[in-house]
Design a binder for this molecule. Structure first.
Ligand SMILES: Cc1cc2nc3c(=O)[nH]c(=O)nc-3n(C[C@H](O)[C@H](O)[C@H](O)COP(=O)(O)OP(=O)(O)OC[C@H]3O[C@@H](n4cnc5c(N)ncnc54)[C@H](O)[C@@H]3O)c2cc1C
Length: 385
């Protein structure tokens, strides 16, 4: 567990960095569907995006706990962490499952900010949450795998040098378990585009830079296989706990952002000759949201501590993500209500954050699937699917 002073220092430094990118910076990007290149560069230069990379590979070797503090502060500042959060955790697949040669090759470059690995290609349009039914195939042909198929909602691919891709290398019918026969690959996006990979941006509710991908005989060098052929599902699964904890921390940041704004406005806004926050009908929902967000943070902390101690944390990571994503959404709703009509004015920034935080009840995993995990794996109730 890090010293409290270290955590305070991290918080302070991230807060100072984010303060240079005010809310109008994020509003302009949202309007123009732009990518926050300067922000991501500043976060990379400061080392905050690569804290999870061990020192031996050029990172600072900190834990998910510190990473959670960073993402929480980023979101609390009004920023949209979705533009870059994956740079923190996608590299975990290389760290945990890559060969030593792959680690030596990729991790120092990622740590130095020379390459971005912030794209993760799993979801497909026809199979969705049913990951093991995905239809994209990778067939070994000499020194290459040849990939065909389609992905959807693959975020940041246009701003990423590398992508971790999940594809089927053995037909499901020929495996003993549906989780077998999937493989993970490192794709060099620059080389792939125009040579078997086509990217089409999706016009979506938030500025998340998500795309559809079409693979038509894309060749991936054999040495880009990540981990063991046929065991790619494990590569993906192992990265999920860190991702969920960090997303949960972001939701807590969003929730605190909404509560800060709502309580300030409720104190300042005078209607009927008194601050609206003097009315308990306005005050109590904000206080309730505060309570929910702070409770969610305790679960984030618990999950992060377990993760960093190398202990099982699947239940806690899932619960943290569910609690935090619901708490931030409710805080957003209350913040909207507190601001009345002004909540709809873009210059108040609330509606943008409201849209952004809604994502996390659906991605990277939806609430139902979390409940299913808890029901089956924690409470040992019958398996549903
Ligand atoms: C903005 C955005 C960014 C994304 N970025 C990425 C990315 O970078 N990489 C990537 O691989 N994916 C990404 N995704 C995809 C995301 O992970 C999926 O959208 C999510 O996992 C849900 O899958 P689906 O959309 O196919 O929903 P579906 O699987 O079609 O499910 C639809 C609804 O039905 C419910 N449901 C389905 N089956 C069951 C069941 N058995 N029991 C109960 N309820 C069920 C789900 O909970 C959900 O609410 C992104 C999505 C969005 C919107």
């Amino acid at each position: 567990m890090p010293e409290a002073s270290d955590i305070t220092d991290i918080r302070h430094a991230v807060r100072q960095l984010c303060a240079k990118f005010g809310e109008s910076y994020w509003l302009d990007l949202d309007r123009d569907r732009g990518y926050p290149t300067e922000f991501v560069q500043a976060l990379t230069d400061s080392g905050f995006l690569t804290v999870l990379i061990p020192e031996a590979y050029g990172g600072s070797g900190l834990g998910v706990y510190e990473a959670s503090i960073i993402m929480e502060e980023v979101c609390r500042s009004g920023a949209h962490a979705g533009a870059c959060h994956a740079q923190m955790y996608v590299m975990g697949s290389v760290l945990r499952h890559g060969s030593e040669a792959q680690k030596q090759y990729y991790l120092p470059k990622i740590a130095a900010g020379e390459v971005r690995l912030q794209s993760f290609g799993v979801t497909e349009p026809t199979t969705g949450t049913d990951t093991t039914s995905l239809k994209t195939t990778a067939r070994l042909d000499g020194d290459h795998y040849v990939v065909n198929g389609q992905k959807v909602w693959i975020s940041r691919i246009e701003h990423s040098d590398l992508m971790v891709l999940l594809a089927r290398t053995t037909p499901k019918e020929q495996t003993n378990k549906k989780t077998e026969g999937l493989s993970a690959f490192i794709v060099d996006v620059g080389q792939a585009v125009g040579n078997g990979l086509e990217i089409q941006p999706i016009d979506s509710m938030i500025n998340h830079h998500s795309c559809e991908l079409f693979f038509d005989d894309l060749k991936i060098p054999r040495e880009n296989l990540l981990g063991v052929e046929g065991e790619g599902f494990k590569v993906i699964l192992d990265g999920m706990n860190a991702e969920r904890i960090l997303i949960a921390a972001e939701c807590v940041g969003d929730g605190r952002y909404f509560i800060d704004k709502a309580s300030r406005y409720a104190t300042d806004r005078v209607v009927f000759d008194r601050p609206i926050g003097q009315n308990q009908g306005v005050q109590f929902p904000i206080a309730r949201c505060y309570t929910e967000v702070e409770a969610a943070w305790l679960m984030v902390e618990k999950a992060a501590r377990l993760f960093d101690a190398g202990e099982a944390c699947g239940a806690e990571a899932n619960m943290a993500k569910m609690l935090a994503s619901e708490a931030s959404w409710r805080a957003g709703d209350v913040c909207m209500q507190t601001h009345g009509g002004f909540a709809f004015a873009k210059e108040y920034h609330i509606e943008r954050k409201f849209r952004e935080t809604r994502l996390y009840q659906i991605a990277p995993i939806s609430t139902n699937l979390i409940l299913s995990f808890i029901g089956e794996h924690v409470l040992k109730m019958p398996r549903s699917f």
